[in-house]
Ligand binder design. Structure first.
Ligand code: ATP
Ligand code: MG
Length: 254
């Protein structure tokens, strides 16, 4: 059985960073292999994980679009479904401990029912091969409404250190509940948090009635790695954010 962990939150709150740090923790603790899914059309998880290199990365969206446009040209004797699965397999970026799947753009106009059915089955089967599936999402609430964040064990909602951020996090949790998405557990992570949270912030937090997985401090190595295009998986183990994630991950995974 896989443990599926997804992320949600306002733009730029640190969703991708949180997941990269979580993967850093999982790998250090022998929890591998991991399937990382980048479901943000404006994706950058590959960079954070050091998997992009210089190549242009293929996406599920591109494979779906190519198949849609050239439906007639499946090789003779090959079932359509098997051919599309073959194309989907080519999208998977494989490395030693992490495989990465980039979802890319959502579907265009037209009937994608057949394609999306094959895709759903493919993703289910693929995910089952990994003990951990980690899904990065776009900002906002869209992925909840589209029900692409469904059937997850744990939804990490990332907020910055602001009352506004907390309220946005609550809206995300409430919408997921209203839509009856299958989410076993919600956790809040406060990113760029000071070492002491203010009384007012704590009061607002209390009102939300959501489990707090923990706080991540502002860590100057994170933007530096980003600028230098270095993988966050190579952050030193004694780095403040890495150590903070250790506590957060232990809470999430118990
Ligand atoms: N704890 C932190 N300390 C320092 N910088 C951070 C921290 N968390 C995130 N950042 C920086 O903030 C920026 C936004 O982070 P990130 O890309 O993870 O956010 P996001 O929520 O995934 O954004 P988007 O909504 O665009 O997907 C990045 O430049 C990242 O390096
Ligand atoms: Mg992101």
């Amino acid at each position: 059985m896989s443990t599926i962990i997804a992320v949600a939150g306002k733009g730029g709150t640190g969703k991708t960073t949180v997941l990269a740090l979580l993967i850093h923790y999982l790998l250090k603790n022998g929890k591998r292999p991991i399937l990382a899914v980048d479901a943000d059309a404006d994706s950058n998880l590959a960079d954070a994980l050091g998997l992009s290199g210089d190549r242009s990365l293929s996406t599920i969206g591109k494979a779906r679009e190519d198949f849609f446009q050239t439906k007639g040209s499946v090789p003779a004797g090959m079932p359509k479904e098997a051919y599309f699965e073959l194309k989907l397999n080519e999208v998977l970026i494989e490395s030693r401990d992490i495989d990465l799947l980039i979802m890319g753009r959502p579907e265009g106009v037209g009937c994608y029912c057949f394609i999306n059915n094959v895709l759903r089955k493919y993703l289910e089967t693929l995910g089952g091969n990994y003990p951990f599936v980690i899904i990065d999402n776009e900002a906002g609430l869209e992925h909840l409404s589209r029900r692409t964040t469904n059937d997850v064990d744990c939804l990490l909602i990332v907020s910055d250190y602001s009352l506004n951020g907390l309220r946005a996090a609550a809206r995300i949790r409430n919408l997921a509940q209203d839509l009856r998405l299958k989410v076993k557990k919600f956790f809040l992570i406060i990113n760029n948090a000071p070492s002491m949270l203010s009384e007012q912030f704590l009061q607002e937090l209390h009102k939300l009635d959501i489990d707090v997985a923990g706080c991540l401090p502002e860590d100057s190595l994170i933007p530096q790695y980003d600028i230098e295009r270095r993988s966050l998986l190579t952050l030193p183990e004694d780095e403040a954010a890495v150590m903070a994630m250790e506590k957060i991950a232990q809470k999430i995974l118990t």
